[in-house]
Ligand binder design. Structure first.
Ligand code: CTP
Length: 387
């Protein structure tokens, strides 16, 4: 299990760090928390301990267990996260001062252990020259800095200094602790449904949630790839850290955005549930109700996977998705040949659509592998199998 050492200093945003600990626990990290004395005055160490099911330390000398807290903690740490990080704590660490448990642990952590700092404070303190110099020193020492957000601050002012989204911190932890097996690769992923307009307020779409494609984008980035996600309408947030995020509406938009880019990518993964048909005409005005039957004329959309399959270079890897409800492997094998794809990921649409977990078959010309788990776990297995 990956061990996170969380250093907590006395920023007012400390209450958000309680949620970070809760989320890290759900992600199954082993956590230890080190707090400064002032942080312990803002929120009781018991809160962190209960929420994280973890030990919390704030005394340099442990009078009971007879072990040296700072060296023992620093030895088992896979990644050190300092959140929230105050002017004072950053200033001390940047200048090698070790006068409490947190700064002493920071001094004992090996140079090559990944370290993240999340500075949160009033804007003027953030812009303070000396503070910026100290932050720069941490950066030069290899610390990863998650910049604060701009917005309402606890002091009532508006500016840069807000605590960032905890999901960004977690994604950064995963990024810094993953093997970069896709380094120097560029991955293009399509995701979600498309929306085919009938009139200004009506459309045809489908139940695709986009979760599989978004999971693939997050994992591809973690594994070191330059990652571009082209997504139809979904309720999902932009995956943190990815390099390009393009939102589209229709199958034709998706076609245009993919065709513009595909040539620059090494791996192209098409998870999107692109509409196969679109209304032949889009009414400019809302279509009024009558008592008669109504027919909607549909024309086929351009098959993006098929076109890329015809145009792709030898060293480009093309992966299509197949959502079936019967004869899954047989249909997927046909699709592999018809579309000239290198792989088809096939699943039973009835079982997996919209869910957080999935079961898929990864099919190539001469192999069929089965993967099951959360969509992120399956995304990782797919990406590790195709290269
Ligand atoms: N796809 C695409 N462009 C389209 C339609 C689909 O690129 N206009 C891609 C999807 O992103 C997916 C794969 O093609 O990777 C799905 O194949 P497709 O033949 O469209 O599947 P179905 O529509 O389910 O086809 P069938 O009716 O033959 O099962």
């Amino acid at each position: 299990m990956m061990h996170i050492l969380l250093g907590v200093s006395s920023g007012i945003a400390i209450y958000k760090t309680v949620d970070l600990v809760s989320k890290l626990r759900k992600e199954k990290y082993e956590i230890d928390v080190v707090m400064t004395e002032n942080a312990s005055k803002l929120i009781s160490p018991s809160v962190f301990s209960a929420v994280g099911n973890c030990k919390v330390y704030n005394q340099t000398f442990d009078v009971n267990d007879g072990w040296i807290v700072h060296t023992e903690l620093s030895k088992k740490t896979d990644i050190f996260v300092l959140a929230p990080a105050t002017v004072n704590t950053i200033g001390k660490i940047a200048n090698g001062i070790a006068d409490n448990l947190l700064t002493t642990v920071a001094a004992a952590i090996p140079n090559n252990t990944p370290k993240i700092v999340v500075p949160t404070m009033n804007t003027r303190m953030y812009e303070n020259k000396r503070f910026q110099e100290n932050l720069k020193k941490l950066k030069q020492d290899g610390w990863y800095i998650i910049e604060p957000e701009v917005g309402h601050l606890a002091c009532g002012e508006i500016g840069k200094g807000r605590y960032p989204d905890n999901m960004l911190i977690i994604e950064t932890i995963k990024f810094l602790t993953s093997d970069k097996i896709l380094k120097n690769k560029k991955v293009l992923i399509t995701a979600g449904p498309t929306k085919e307009a009938i009139d200004p307020i009506r459309f045809i779409s489908n139940n695709s949630s986009g979760k599989m494609g978004y999971s693939l984008a997050r994992v591809a980035k973690r594994l070191g790839a330059y990652t571009c996600l082209i997504s139809g309408p979904t309720y999902l947030d932009k995956p943190a850290l990815i390099d390009e995020f393009i939102k589209i509406e229709s199958a034709n938009d998706m076609y245009n955005e993919v065709i513009k880019r595909y040539n620059n990518f090494d791996i192209i993964i098409m998870t999107a549930a692109v509409a196969d048909y679109t209304p032949a005409t889009v009414s400019e005005q809302k279509i009024k109700k009558t008592n008669k039957n109504m027919n909607l004329s549909l024309t086929p959309t351009k098959d993006i996977l098929l076109e890329i399959g015809q145009k792709k270079r030898k060293n480009q890897i093309l992966i299509g998705f197949a959502a079936e409800t019967e004869d899954i492997i047989k249909y997927a094998k046909e699709k592999l040949l018809n579309k000239n794809a290198d792989f088809i990921v096939a699943n039973n649409a009835r079982d997996v659509m919209g869910k957080d977990s999935t079961k898929v078959y990864l099919i190539s010309k001469n192999s069929v592998s089965e993967f099951e788990g959360s969509k992120e776990e399956v995304a990782e297995k797919i990406l590790k199998s195709i290269i």
